[in-house]
Design a protein. Sequence first.
Length: 176
Amino acid sequence: MLGWVGRPHARKGLPLVLAGWRLSTCGARGGVLMIAGCTEEECRALFGTLPSGVRALGYCADMPGFYRCCDAVILVSAHEGMSYALLEGGASGCALIGSDIPGTRDLVIDGETGLLVAQQAQAVAAAIGRLDQDPGLSRALGQRARQRSIALFDREEVIAALYRFYLQELGDVRER
């Protein structure tokens, strides 16, 4: 099961994910692409029709439950900062598929925590197909994504590091 999370904007890469999903033929063979954050109507507005196997959930209140259902999480935006969808997917033990762009490259280490892809439907389809055909690879990538997410992106550690950075760069503002 593949998951995508985001707002219904083309720049978030949903049309590219849907095109790659259709080319992969995973849906025609019983696979499921779950989309959180977009309704079927919003998906159709971006792509025209829904390929086989696509389940648009709209707003999803239980994101931990969503990630538990996924083997992999995909985000192929044209530009991205630090994606919560990939970070949360990785922390949940999902293999990751992401655009080969700055920000995403910090979370998706190609061949280690997931697969980096070009902004082309064929490349997206190849990555989807690769994980679909090799569940062992998908599990191994997901395990390493979880380990890396927990080691490097623990919320308390990141907040503490940011606080230390601000103190170092700005000093104690009370002294000004």
